[in-house]
Design a protein around this ligand. Sequence first.
Ligand code: ATR
Length: 279
Amino acid sequence: MNATTIKAGVMGWPISHSRSPRLHGYWLARYGIDGTYEALAVAPEDLAEQLGSLRDQGFAGVNLTVPHKKAALAVVTSLSPTARAIGAVNTVVVGADGKLEGDNTDGFGFLENLRQDTAGWRADTGPAVVLGAGGAARAICHALAEAGAPEIRIVNRTLTRAEALAGDLIGPLMPWSWDDRGTALAGIALVVNTTTLGMVGQDPLDIYLASLPTEAVVNDIVYAPLETPLLVAAAARGNPVVDGLGMLLHQARPGFEAWFGRSPEVTAGLRAHVLGSEP
Ligand code: ATR
């Protein structure tokens, strides 16, 4: 490392499970960039101080993960319209003047993943179903609304959270009860699981797919495992399926480009590296 090395990283608590250092490390090596990307363990009570000292420590910026995405709203100097609408920051860029610009690239990553994996995919071809109403659902609903989805059915176990999400965002958002999740699939063009169901150690997502049109795209943002029971069932009946790793990879692109000055590509080599355990 020398004076011209560009520094970036990811702040979380805990941070040891983050895949972001492998992801950015792959791109830095691939493009021969003199840069580093570190995992930064930052306790919640230290977030403001650590973000405030990024410039003095020579950082071009950071990603933020659990539990810092909401707390950062009050710390950064400026917010992109997307970060403000979603109410969470996942990417911080340190400006030349030392100001901290907060953005949220999760929705971008979600859309770009579908576009890359499903040739010709567009949000405006039909209604979408979003299963879940947490932070990931918020970013995805915002992205779908901005991209022109004609109707977004938010189906959540706790109906009041679906109602709150529909009320907070601008767009054709409809809260649906969890009991009606099978019926909600009728006539749609896309269904995305943002709940934790199907993740390693969790129950599978229990949903009856009979009403789902066979041309509808089925996306799970769970990526451990890559082939969730939902994706296996959807593929077996002929639906196009998109796994969750790509959203993680694509959401990293804007930060990498802002910090390191190169627009990176999501490739099979990157996927294999992020999934692997070799150094
Ligand atoms: P994130 O911010 O990562 O999206 P989250 O806010 O914890 O995570 O949201 C998890 C989502 O999974 C929620 O929509 C949650 O439903 P509730 O709002 O009712 O809690 C959903 N979820 C988790 N376990 C579930 C289960 N057993 N059945 C149905 N939905 C579940």
